[in-house]
Design a protein around this ligand. Structure first.
Ligand SMILES: [Zn+2]
Ligand SMILES: [Zn+2]
Length: 264
């Protein structure tokens, strides 16, 4: 029974991921329309009765806007978030549906083991998640302005890593965003640039034992292009003598597009 991953949409305009085994299905965030989420579940042949919960990374609307609708529609669905995040998500789901974890907690839902950890973002208590089943591990790190040593450790053992490559720094600087927003995105509590994503991968590859699969995620519409994200990462990897296909598998998750279903 493999662990599988699919992105229903990834980017500043809305995020929703599916993590599943044959028995259990979980959503990470619900920042796209309910209609698109149902469509994603249908296309990935995910039985609705397997859907046990939605895990929330942080309160920003590109991650949360459909929680209320989904919780209302599926009464047995549990919604998992830490307490600070819940305080910003008032009225989402009934009291029975609300599940509270502490950042740093590990817990089991169905047959999927989950670990939560802090990321660096301008939200009240933003988190990333690791999912494991048997020996296989998936790690999701987006919405973070900075990768500290602890965060790097969370990613180290992941077979499939979903990593933010939000923007190209030059494109952001010359772009039309107002000054305060540019500062926000570029800051330590903003978003990870293509270049920082690449440097993170280089650090991980230095003590890599096996080839891992990486999906670049949460690309900005204004300040990035899929081809630019891919090429920037490829170039930086090659400068360090790491090659796509040989040392690492690299793909992109796109906005408003269902990805393929990846085996972790
Ligand atoms: Zn976001
Ligand atoms: Zn955010």
């Amino acid at each position: 029974m493999t662990l599988r991953f699919c992105s229903f949409s990834s980017g500043s305009s809305g995020n929703c991921y599916l993590v599943k085994t044959d028995k259990t299905a979980l959503l990470v965030d619900a920042g796209i329309s309910g209609k698109k989420i149902w469509n994603g579940l249908e296309k990935t042949e995910t039985p609705i009765e397997n859907l046990e919960g939605i895990l929330i990374t942080h309160e920003h609307s590109d991650h949360t806007k459909s929680i209320r609708v989904l919780a209302k529609k599926e009464k047995k669905l549990r919604v998992y978030a830490n307490e600070n995040t819940w305080n910003h998500l008032k009225e989402a789901g009934s009291p029975e549906q609300r599940q509270i974890f502490k950042t740093g907690d590990s817990f089991l839902i169905g047959d999927i083991q989950i670990k939560t950890f802090s990321v660096s973002h301008d939200a009240v208590d933003p988190v990333g998640f690791s999912f494991s089943k048997g020996e296989r591990q998936l790690c999701i790190v987006t919405d973070t302005g900075y990768i500290c040593e602890e965060l790097l450790d969370e990613m180290r053992t992941a077979n499939l890593l979903v990593l933010e490559a939000n923007h190209d720094v030059d494109m952001l600087k010359i772009g039309k965003y107002p000054w305060f927003l540019k500062q926000r995105v570029l800051g330590n509590q903003g978003h990870l640039s293509n270049e920082s994503a690449a440097k993170t991968l280089v650090r991980l590859l230095k003590d890599e034992k096996q080839k891992r699969q990486v999906l670049l995620a949460h690309l900005s519409r204004e300040n990035n292009f899929p081809q630019m994200a891919y090429q920037t990462v490829k170039n930086i990897l090659e400068e360090e003598d790491y090659y796509i296909g040989k040392d690492i598998e690299l793909n992109l998750l796109l906005r408003d597009q269902l990805s393929q279903v990846y085996d972790v």
